[in-house]
Design a protein around this ligand. Structure first.
Ligand code: ARG
Length: 464
């Protein structure tokens, strides 16, 4: 075991205690942030004449060497160190000798880990945003191609009114667009640098916190040193936003699972994105969609764990907070792989347009339009609703659609009906006349698609 402390101890740490306490097995992920943070710290120490330029140069060379060797695989991050901070410091001292011992001047592992974690999450927020952007592009293409693809819209999973595939997919476009805006919010709220907060109460050295914040791309330093080392709000916000992404992916997955069933047959998953059964040769299963739906739970779990970990903590740093890492790392791996797989699945999925349209025709989804026809000719809506309902009943008894009723059959319920009823309740009219902003009518839809296009153009990935 190699550790950064021990002066006031007279006994070795118990091996079990050491292992329970150690975080190297997971915080090794933070090596780059740890080294970059250390470089900025050292540059600032030199600028403030706390270290000489010569010392600074040697430490920077040493840190660069460590980064290079870790990235090239020649230096392994092994469990003989307690955490990533000890690993970097011990390696530095090994490389450059005693001057390496000056690295930690005016710094604590508390502000150091707060910085590393913030920089890590800040990068991941951008990766998540880029993946969401990729998914939105796929959805936009589906929308552009399916403005005229009719399908039933559902409420209570019962056929309700006809919509288009573009409209249905457009609902998910809105959700993932909001998810992107959450990434932006989180980024701007969290982008303040905790370095220089020390263990909890700042330091007596004349640190220039503005300078380190600037070197590391932050909007400025954090404003309270106790909050700086104990704030994990950004972790919670990120996990919460990741949970919302999973909730959206899970709802979409559920629909794909339903659409892909034999009974619906609205979509067919690409062979590359579905799996077979070991016993039933006819099966082509939507495992990817099911797994995305299933993995939602563990991301919610990470959010609940983190909220629970934080709830009783007195100021300032407490070791409990070390628990943030595994939760966040797992949630990130989960969400990012789900976004990648889901985007691939959706972009290769085939839509059975005829089946969708036939389904929209067969479910009396134009019953509201029969009522609206009457209303437009002076019948009060409540009466029109009753007339349309009785016509539906008649159709059910005869096993046919409203469009298939004869004019006489219509007129048995109301003599307001005329020959133009067929045109009025055709799928084309039912959808085409729904032109309020956000409705499925083709013209309304094209306007939204154009707005989406401008949004995607003006908000590319990587712009924060
Ligand atoms: N491994 C610790 C963490 O992840 C680093 C900070 C430790 N600080 C301390 N005083 N023990 O939170």
């Amino acid at each position: 075991m190699a550790q950064l402390w021990g002066g006031r101890f007279t006994k070795q740490t118990d091996q079990m205690v050491y292992e329970f306490n150690a975080s190297i097995s997971f915080d090794r992920k933070l090596y780059r942030q740890d080294i970059e943070g250390s470089m900025a710290h050292v540059k600032m120490l030199a600028k403030q004449e706390i270290l000489t330029q010569e010392e600074c140069g040697r430490i920077l060379d040493g840190l660069e060497g460590i980064l290079r060797d870790v990235e090239s695989g020649t230096l392994a991050i092994t469990s003989e160190y307690e955490d990533i901070h000890s690993f970097v410091e011990a390696n530095l001292i090994e490389r450059i000798g005693d001057v390496g011992k000056k690295l930690h001047t005016g710094r604590s592992r508390n502000d150091q880990v707060a910085l590393d974690m913030r920089m890590y999450v800040r990068d991941e927020v951008q990766t998540t945003d880029a993946l969401l952007f990729g998914l939105l592009q796929v959805l936009q293409t589906i929308m552009e191609e399916n403005v005229d693809t009719f399908m039933p819209g559902f409420t209570h999973l019962q056929k309700a009114q006809p919509v288009t595939l573009a409209h249905h997919i457009g609902a998910y476009f809105e959700m993932f667009r909001r998810d992107r805006s959450r990434m932006k919010d989180i980024y701007h709220r969290m982008n303040y640098c905790p370095l220089g907060a020390g263990a909890l109460a700042g330091t007596t050295y004349p640190l220039d916190r503005e300078y380190t914040a600037q070197l590391l791309g932050f909007d400025g330093p954090t404003r309270n040193s106790m909050d700086s080392v104990s704030d994990r709000d950004y972790v919670i916000e990120y996990l919460s936003a990741l949970s919302a992404i999973m909730m959206h992916l899970s709802r979409f997955s559920e629909e794909i699972i339903i659409w892909n069933s034999n009974e619906y047959g609205f979509v067919e998953l690409d062979d590359a994105f579905s799996t077979g059964s070991s016993i039933m040769p006819q099966k082509k299963n939507p495992d990817i969609a099911e797994l995305v739906r299933g993995k939602t739970g563990r991301v919610y779990g990470a959010l609940m764990s983190m909220l629970t970990t934080m709830k009783g903590l007195p100021l300032a740093y407490n070791k409990d907070m070390q628990e943030d890492k595994e939760l966040v790392f797992d949630a990130i791996d989960t969400v990012e792989s789900c976004l990648r797989l889901f985007t691939g699945m959706v972009s290769t999925m085939k839509f059975n347009r005829e089946t969708m349209e036939a389904s929209a025709r067969n479910g009396f989804t134009n019953a509201t339009d029969v009522a609206d026809y009457l209303v437009n000719r002076g019948v009060p809506f409540r009466d029109a609703h009753g007339i349309s309902g009785r016509l539906v009943l008649k159709c059910i008894a005869q096993g046919k659609a409203l469009d298939d009723l004869t004019l006489d059959e219509f007129r048995e319920e109301s003599d307001v009906f005329g020959g133009d009823i067929y045109e009025a309740i055709s799928m084309k009219t039912c959808v085409g006349k729904r032109l309020t902003l956000g409705a499925p009518g083709q013209e309304a839809m094209r306007a939204v698609i154009e707005e989406n296009r401008i949004y995607l153009q003006e908000n590319p990935a990587g712009q924060f």
